[in-house]
Design a binder for this molecule. Structure first.
Ligand code: 13P
Ligand code: SF4
Length: 305
């Protein structure tokens, strides 16, 4: 039987009374992950929120994730326990600038990473996450693709689709972009038997150290499936708590202390409790933006695996 602390018990009681569902991204703290009905990567969370029947979703993640849940299920109430938990990379792309870029490349398809605002999704052709990006771009059979906002993910995806010309937005994740080749070099020296698992938001030159590159879910599956017991993890540190919950025998080394997303960590148990008590903070969006952005997300969910 799982042992919960007092705050966790209170949250689970409130959740029951309110018929709510709690979802958490894999970068959330261990104590938040423990009270969630689903812990997953951004694709899993959006699929779950689209199909689950609960009318109240408490989203433990960052703003664009809660926004995507609201876009997919506008009739539901979606709460983000800290309204300032944003994603600086999502804010690096503004819809007006994207519209201007589209005018320069009128034949290009626009693929937006789910780490983007609803306004950017509203002017994009299709969305993607880090776990399906290659498949989504391939499905388009496009000569040109504008990939927004993560240049690192876009560059990585482009290597699988050499027939497509990529126009990359210059955005990046401050957390993953901070990781340097020297960090991985030193970690490999210190742990020569460890396999290196990396997120594609890392810089191109650092990915050369990877034994495996994938989304947070793909990294978790990879670590759990390998016979090897030691891993260097090159993505946000919350994933280490997730793997420890699933298999505490794996030895995991964080590639660098810089791999901490402060925005993800803004969600605390106390704020989750307040969210349920006060019905805060509701994600609200303009209807026409929401309708246009929904097409972009739904097209992604309809692409066969
Ligand atoms: P995932 O798609 O792997 O969940 O990643 C989301 C994210 O924000 C990575 O920084
Ligand atoms: Fe955004 Fe990076 Fe945090 Fe992911 S880790 S939510 S991309 S800032």
């Amino acid at each position: 039987m799982k042992k919960y602390n007092l705050l966790q018990k209170q949250i689970l009681q409130l959740k029951k009374e309110k018929n709510a569902v709690i979802v958490a991204h894999t970068y959330q703290t261990k104590e938040v992950q423990e009270i969630a009905d689903l812990v997953g990567d951004s694709l899993q969370l959006s699929q779950f929120c689209a199909s689950d029947t609960s009318q109240l979703i408490v989203f433990c993640g960052v703003h664009f994730m809660a926004e995507s849940a609201k876009i997919l299920s506008p009739q539901k109430t979606v709460l983000l326990p800290d309204i300032h938990a944003g994603c600086p990379m999502a804010d690096m792309a503004k819809a007006d600038d994207l519209v201007k870029l589209k005018e320069r490349y009128p034949d290009a398809k626009v693929v937006c990473y789910i780490n983007s605002t609803a306004e950017v999704k509203a002017v994009s052709d299709i969305c993607c996450t880090s776990s399906n990006a290659v498949n989504i771009v391939k499905s388009l059979n496009a000569k040109q693709v504008i990939f927004v906002p993560d240049q690192n993910l876009g560059r990585y995806v482009s290597t699988f689709v050499p027939e497509t010309q990529f126009i990359l937005w210059e955005g990046y994740c401050r957390v993953h972009h901070r990781l340097q080749s020297v960090d991985l070099f030193d970690m490999k020296e210190a742990h020569p038997n460890a396999l290196v698992a990396m997120h594609p938001e890392c810089r191109e030159e650092t990915l050369e150290f990877a034994d495996f590159i994938g989304s947070t879910k793909a990294i978790i599956d990879y670590v759990l499936e390998q016979d090897n017991n030691e891993f260097i993890i090159a993505t946000e540190q919350g994933i280490i708590d997730r793997i420890n919950i699933l298999n505490p025998s794996k030895k995991l080394y964080l590639a660098s202390e810089c791999l901490l997303c402060k925005n993800m960590k803004k969600i605390t148990l106390k704020k989750v409790k307040e969210a349920l008590e006060e019905n805060q903070y509701k994600i609200e969006l303009e209807e026409n933006i929401m309708n246009q952005a929904r097409g972009c997300l739904q097209r992604m969910l309809e692409v066969p695996k």
